[in-house]
Design a binder for this molecule. Structure first.
Ligand code: SF4
Length: 374
């Protein structure tokens, strides 16, 4: 009744009707959604899509992040993580250190996934990456290896004079199981050329993912928002992803990432507000009708807002993570680890059903049903 009355007065009524009928919204309509402050109606629409796709289920996984090095050949203006070789704060983990971290996380936390990314290292041989994957497959054979952003893959192709397909085929043979969604930032050149001129272009990033999908590797996609981009750039970003997903169906999850300015060359910007975060997640859920999942990355969003986002289209709250450097070096004040109990409690408190998943969204039975803690 209340919703009906609100809708009759709302300039978004036509979009609501499309969403209700499962009709795809246009770019212009997505922009209209960005221009509203009616968070309630955005939440209702996003929730409708979310529940049609995933019911009440809310996914999490038990994973560990390993950033193998922060030595990077380029400097993106929004990045607080990278260092040049020999610079204070630079780190490089050896294969043995990486394998040890993986082994400990497997034995102690029962991880099912390793999320591994790093800077664009100027001097490693390509075999370094293959050897790392092989060692991890020997050390923790049952753990899914989700590694290397589209930017890293494009860098390998350039540096070692291979095609994307050759790079991905070799890495897959060495143990790569899927790819994360990082490095997408904002695709539009008006923004990309200003914030990260030295890395893969939008077309290169998309081509890497297209190739990965062709080779049977599932991938994710991100969008870094809340800096110099305009709403038009966000819609353009999602349009390119929606088009590629129509073509390949290889994306699993879209993950909007809130910009963290501390210790970056863009530290004069404020962090996006909670309103902006929820709006961005909800519009993503409404617009990206061909993406199965929308993830709230609690490391960047904050735990409280990530929980709230479960009413704004989000059906995945990421994982335990264990050790995170990229956003903590940019001022994230979230913890670096969440226990399974924490994740399940957050989901339950939001009235949702916690579901442990593997990287490919297969439901897993928790090793031990954790006690419900308040
Ligand atoms: S975002 Fe990635 S590519 Fe850019 S400077 Fe940081 S580590 Fe290097």
């Amino acid at each position: 009744m209340v919703l009906k009355r609100l809708l009759n007065q709302s300039p978004l009524k036509d979009i609501y009707q499309k969403v209700e009928q499962g009709t795809r919204i246009t770019d212009t309509e997505a922009l209209r959604l960005y221009q509203t402050n009616d968070l309630y109606l955005l939440g209702v629409m996003a929730n409708m899509v979310r529940e049609k796709k995933n019911g009440n289920d809310t996914y999490y996984n038990i994973n560990r992040h390993i950033d193998y090095t922060n030595v990077c050949a380029t400097t993106c203006k929004f990045c607080a993580f990278s260092r040049f070789e020999g610079e204070e704060g630079a780190f490089e983990f050896t294969h043995q250190q990486i394998a040890q971290k993986a082994k400990e996380a497997f034995e102690r936390e029962h991880i099912t996934e390793l999320h591994i990314v790093g800077g664009l290292h100027p001097t490693y041989e390509f075999e370094w990456y293959e050897q790392m994957l092989r060692l991890l497959k020997q050390t923790v054979p049952s753990v899914h290896l989700k590694c290397f952003t589209g930017v890293e893959i494009n860098f390998f192709a350039d540096k070692y004079n291979m095609s994307h397909e050759e790079v991905l085929t070799r890495l897959k043979a060495a143990g790569l199981d899927s790819m994360p969604g990082g490095g997408a930032e904002i695709f539009h050149p008006e923004v990309r050329e200003r914030i990260c001129p030295g890395k893969a272009t939008a077309d290169q990033w998309l081509q890497v993912h297209r190739t990965a999908h062709k080779l049977g590797l599932k991938t994710n996609a991100t969008m870094l928002y809340g800096h110099i981009e305009k709403y038009e750039h966000r819609v353009d970003h999602m349009r390119r992803l929606r088009e590629l997903q129509d073509e390949t169906g290889g994306f699993q999850t879209f993950i909007p990432l809130a910009f963290h300015p501390d210790h970056t060359a863009m530290d004069h910007f404020a962090r996006p507000s909670g309103m902006e975060d929820l709006k961005t997640l909800a519009i993503a859920r409404i617009y990206l009708d061909n993406f199965p999942h929308i993830k709230a990355y609690w490391i960047m969003l904050g735990v409280r807002l990530a929980q709230l986002s479960l009413a704004y289209g989000v059906d995945d709250i990421d994982g335990t993570v264990i050790e995170e450097k990229i956003y903590h070096m940019a001022g994230a004040d979230t913890p670096e680890i969440m226990t399974v109990q924490d994740l399940r409690r957050l989901i339950r408190e939001a009235g949702r059903q916690p579901v442990e998943r593997d990287t490919l969204y297969k439901e897993l039975k928790p090793v031990q049903e954790p006690a419900l803690s308040k």
